[in-house]
Design a protein around this ligand. Structure first.
Ligand SMILES: C[S@@+](CC[C@H](N)C(=O)[O-])C[C@H]1O[C@@H](n2cnc3c(N)ncnc32)[C@H](O)[C@@H]1O
Length: 349
């Protein structure tokens, strides 16, 4: 991703070269960072994305993978925080609030993003919280600002919708679903996933034998697995790249007394075994942009993780050319059903 906002942030991090610095990053990250040896004081990287944490460690960063849980860091302990704003408002507000807590008096928050992402409003709000007049610098469509922390903790905290808190959402009868901001479509059930679950019993009826091992690839808060509670499965594995998703999926399995393994991975890359049923509603957005390579990544991992006689069931938006892409890797690719928005596609070796 060629992102001018990130390019500015990287330049600032190099230029400031500060020892007590924190970089907060979600999926919009790490384009072309200089080699570790050119960078004497690398900031601590806090990210909610598993792939970013892995990539950062390879580049020589000290990284933390969490749902932006800053509790290990003390108040007023940092001189610099660097942050390119996130897609979701509660995440962005949470991180700006935390930056204010973590920065020492006179410490600096480096904030940037695209105009269309609402960066100007975030800069204004952060300015009020920090007690400084921040003037946004414009570079094309990117705005950036350096905010000095002039005010101690105050009641101007930005509304982060109680970011860390899990809360119940409307769930089908008999199951309990909790969710939280920071997760894809966190406060609703995805219509594509619902479509997949409606079609699943008929598909399973046609199989020569019931599947025993389930993989929920890109599990989010675990909806697909939760809806298999009544199947006689022997093993359920849920995996996602997002720390908020993993944390919530674990809690939902506990709440519904489902025994499951929850694994942090980039499209399942940490998983070695194979499965006879893979359920997947793959992402097609990386940060603010549509990323068609993501579909390929999920198809390839389904190929690797699907047992010889297993079946993978994907749901995607109608406009995703899943069948064309999957035919290069699977012997059989069938459209099982479709509606006006989604299609269900089965993949077998
Ligand atoms: C469309 S959502 C589906 C969520 C869930 N399965 C459901 O049905 O509600 C796609 C999921 O893929 C996850 N995801 C995105 N990139 C990923 C990656 N590289 N590896 C694993 N999961 C990823 C997202 O965090 C999100 O939870």
């Amino acid at each position: 991703m060629n992102d001018l906002a990130l390019a500015w942030l990287t330049r600032m991090m190099m230029q400031e070269n500060a020892a007590q610095a924190l970089w907060c990053s979600d999926e919009n990250a790490l384009t072309s960072l200089p080699a570790a040896e050119q960078w004497p004081h690398k900031p601590l990287l806090m990210t909610n994305r598993w792939d970013i944490a892995q990539q950062a460690e390879r580049l020589g960063f000290n990284s933390r993978f969490s749902d932006f849980d800053f509790s290990e860091l003390s108040d007023a302990s940092l001189s610099h925080v660097f942050y390119r704003i996130s897609k979701e408002k509660p995440v962005t507000h949470h991180i700006i609030n935390q930056a204010h807590r973590l920065l020492m008096p006179g410490g600096k928050l480096f904030l940037c993003g695209q105009k269309s992402e609402g960066i100007k409003t975030y800069i204004d709000k952060a300015g009020k919280l920090f007690g400084c007049t921040a003037s946004a610098q414009k570079n094309g469509t990117v705005y950036s600002a350096i905010l000095d922390n002039m005010l101690p903790q105050n009641d101007q905290r930005l509304d982060d919708s109680d970011y860390p808190q899990l809360r119940p959402i409307n769930s089908p009868q008999g199951i309990t679903i909790h969710s939280k901001p920071g997760l894809f479509g966190w406060n609703k059930i995805d219509q594509g996933s619902e479509f997949l679950i409606q079609a699943l019993p008929a598909l399973l009826d046609q199989l020569p034998q019931p599947p025993k091992r389930l993989l929920d690839l890109g599990c989010g808060y675990g909806y697909l697995t939760l809806m298999t509670a009544n199947l006689p499965l022997e093993q359920r594995v849920l995996t996602d790249n997002n720390a908020a998703a993993l944390h919530t999926a674990r809690r939902n399995c506990e709440l519904n007394q489902i025994t499951a393994e929850i694994i942090a991975a980039d499209a399942g890359d940490q998983i070695q075994q194979t499965f006879d049923l893979i359920l997947c509603n793959p992402p097609f957005h990386q940060g603010f942009s549509v990323d068609s390579d993501l579909t390929d990544k999920f198809i390839l991992s389904a190929k690797r993780l699907l047992a010889k006689h297993g079946i993978a069931l994907f749901v995607v938006n109608q406009f995703i050319p899943l069948e064309r892409k999957a035919r290069e890797h699977f012997r059989q690719v069938n459209m099982l059903a479709h509606n006006s928005s989604f299609k269900l596609v089965t993949l077998t070796h």
